[in-house]
Write a protein that binds this ligand. Structure first.
Ligand code: ACO
Length: 429
């Protein structure tokens, strides 16, 4: 039976349809409410607002579930590759062997970056944050790769997806090499997506990089776990900016800018900085936990809490295991990991964290993993951005294919001054 919600305002009752998702999630459809009632709904931060119906990612924050196109991330991180998962997110189904091979060839074919773009990289100030550079460069891609009239829309879109997925990875490694003043290493056709990235980052004419398949697997897992997370801040930014029908490069550039924030993608960097701060202060996490609980202190435990997960972040569990295995393999003791473990032990038993449902999120471990691979701290969020590209692309694609696509234009309740007259400057007190 169809469910209906009713809303009574000024003695009049309005019926609002109830929408039920494939996993039983429910929503009250208020899309006609303003027209019918004259009222809008108020939801700062949109925490109770569904901005779309989507068939890409399902997450249940109470149960700690995350699935891409129905498939649990636990299975994908164990059996899939980042490229295959990207294909799944963008196209809705796992690829056949032939489809995967075609997709991989396309990524390889579009992996080079226009040589003229090097001038941009060279002229950014040395201390510019890589996320700011990446956001600008992705926007600039449009100027270097304009739409060609002889291509069909579908061809153009598929090429744009491939360019973004492969060139952003190349640009990230390229900007790292340039920041060191080292020779840029080009992508190689014989390497997989993740192996290629590691090679572009760490190969050098004086010290050839030996590809370690275990490290490649760690990177596959890291990027698979970051590939999508439904309507988070950066994805919502991509959809919102994309709703104005700008080109995809501009929409993704907006997503990268949103991801940069320390409350979102910047948290993996913030976690390492916090652990380092604890280490520099003698290594005892206790005073930091006290500060995190203090209402008069703005300090928060980075890598703890999530706006949706009110239990363990399922990605954090996988990342934790990956992290421990990696450190064991590298036979490397990381004092920051020891601090992270002690911090977690204390925090998860603390009534403040229990009562506030604050558990470690993915960023709590991913920073240590990236550090162990050799990724420099200021590139951590760039690594997240590369991983999130398939999600941003698939969410953008879904939104433009939606027959009910609308320009996103939220409303507000104005609480400023009532109408008043302009006062000439000499008459103002
Ligand atoms: N440390 C201490 N207290 C916290 C923390 C934290 N990390 N996170 C939330 N709280 C407290 C708040 O002070 C607030 O307390 P109060 O109700 O007593 O005033 C309560 O928990 C709710 O906080 P909100 O900010 O309203 O919760 P929300 O769910 O919106 O926040 C967020 C989610 C922004 C991620 C928050 O937990 C946080 O700032 N965490 C640290 C940053 C971080 O790790 N971000 C990564 C998120 S995962 C990702 O983007 C991949």
């Amino acid at each position: 039976m169809k469910k209906i919600a009713s809303l009574t305002l000024d003695g009049k009752t309005y019926e609002l349809p109830v929408v039920i998702g494939s996993e039983g999630e429910t929503a009250i459809d208020i899309s006609k409410a303003r027209k019918e009632t004259g009222f809008i709904t108020l939801d700062p931060g949109f925490a109770n607002t569904g901005s779309c119906q989507s068939s890409i990612t399902f997450m249940d924050g109470q149960k700690g579930i995350l699935r891409y196109r129905g498939i649990p991330v636990e299975q994908l991180s164990e059996h899939s590759t980042f490229v295959e998962t990207a294909y799944l997110l963008i196209n809705g189904e796992l690829p056949t062997r032939k489809e995967l091979s075609r997709f991989s060839i396309m990524l390889n074919d579009h992996s080079l970056v226009h040589e003229d773009m090097r001038a941009f990289f060279e002229n950014f100030p040395k201390r510019a944050h890589p996320m700011g550079i990446l956001s600008s460069m992705v926007n600039a891609l449009r100027a270097f790769y304009p739409e060609l009239p002889e291509r069909s829309d579908e061809e153009e879109i598929n090429i744009t997806f491939a360019r973004l997925l492969s060139k952003v990875r190349t640009m990230a490694a390229m900007s790292y090499k340039m920041s060191l003043g080292h020779k840029v290493i080009y992508p190689r056709h014989d390497l997989t997506y993740c192996a290629n990235f590691l090679n572009m980052m760490f190969d050098s004419p004086v010290r050839p990089y030996v590809i370690d398949e275990d490290l490649v697997k760690v990177l596959e897992v890291f990027w698979i776990l970051h590939a999508d997370h439904e309507q988070n801040c950066s994805t919502a930014a991509v959809r919102l900016v994309g709703s104005a029908r700008v080109n995809l490069y501009a929409a993704i550039s907006a997503g990268i800018a949103a991801l940069w924030g320390p409350l979102h993608g910047g948290a993996n960097q913030a976690v390492i900085e916090m652990l380092q701060q604890i280490y520099d202060n003698g290594g005892d996490p206790a005073p930091f936990i006290v500060r995190a609980k203090d209402k008069n202190d703005t300090f928060r435990l980075m890598g703890f809490g999530h706006s949706i997960y009110k239990t363990y972040d399922p990605r954090a569990r996988i990342m934790e295991k990956t992290c421990h295995k990696l450190l064991e393999k590298l036979n490397r003791d990381d004092p920051l990991l020891d601090i992270a473990r002690r911090l977690e032990e204390v925090a998860v038993k603390d009534s403040y964290f229990i009562d506030h449902n604050l558990y470690p999120n993915i960023d709590f471990y991913s920073g240590i993993v990236l550090r162990a691979i050799g990724i420099p701290l200021d590139m951590f969020t760039v690594m997240f951005a590369i991983g999130r590209l398939p999600g941003w692309i698939s969410q953008w694609k879904e939104s433009i294919d939606d027959p009910k696509w609308k320009l996103h234009r939220p409303r507000q309740i104005y609480i400023g001054p009532k109408m008043r007259d302009y006062i000439p400057i000499d008459e103002r007190s």
